[in-house]
Design a protein around this ligand. Sequence first.
Ligand code: SF4
Length: 349
Amino acid sequence: MSEFLCPKGMEYGPCGGVTAVGECEVAPRPCVFLDRPTVRWSAPPGTDEGGTTGGHSAGADRMRALIARRPIVVADFPARALDAGSLAECAGTLAGHVDAVLAGDSGAARVQFPPSYRAHLIQAAGVAVWAGLNCRDRNRVALEGEVAALAHVAVAGVHCVTGDHPSTGSRPDAAPVFDLDSTRAARTARAAGHLVSVAEAPATVPTARRPARLLEKMRAGAEVCFVNHAGGPGPVGEFIDRAGDLGVRMGFVPCVPVVVDHESARLLVSFTGLVLPAGYLERILAARDPRAEGIAAAAELGQAFLARDEVIGVDLSGGPGPGRERWFAEALAEIGRALVPVDRSPAGR
Ligand code: SF4
């Protein structure tokens, strides 16, 4: 049998798609990184691994200043793909109620406006953008162009992920690129002057080595870690402690699950590696008013996360059923107001 190679060609694996039994997200074979030691960060000799160096983003300056003052609230961006009207409507609904929106990847709609153009449209409607950047659809040259454009439009942050394999989303016909991976993309975005975030999944195999992988992302240039749904403040706190013991000094932004109806529940449970606090979903779906219960549950959980000093903010994570984008944005705005009821001057403008 031929040797199984990482389908994403990752150097700094494993990705967040490893299954609960240690198999690759793409094929029923063991993830190739499970038996290897964590790969230490090192830029390839003779390169800066990023092209543009010494870049600057005014949006990063504003977001760093805001983080120094108080916890931030970021919200997943619920607008329809390729729909400028929906983007403006959702951005206008969230403006003034959250500090930034995470405009990232979607398995249901792989084709999106390019990150920098999407950021431009959203920020024009009054809310700062934390732009998602994946390595699936663009090679390093295209990514360098994107991070330069994102600095020009002054996004608040750039969230670097390797990205799900195309075989898992709405465009399985597309060729996978994966010229870089999340760790290397973090370096590229940092070199362009961005405030860089990465994701880590404490509940995803190999759980014991997730903090060590985060350390290497920090060494590559990441400053903020968005923590995937891992079961609530207890497990997330343990992950932060273990990362701290290894020397990780980053700001943490745990994901808060947002469920306000059966459709948003269905979408959330499709997330890779999802672990929710015990009874969370059941409490909301059994309520007479799931929307009100979901908003209250998210606000409570968000406050619990924010009790730790290392937690610099929360990300309201989830998405709407078809046609409910604005309604979902209104719920996100309500949770944002409940979490930090203070000034919301747009950090990315
Ligand atoms: S699970 Fe991810 S890192 Fe592991 S082999 Fe598959 S694609 Fe590569």
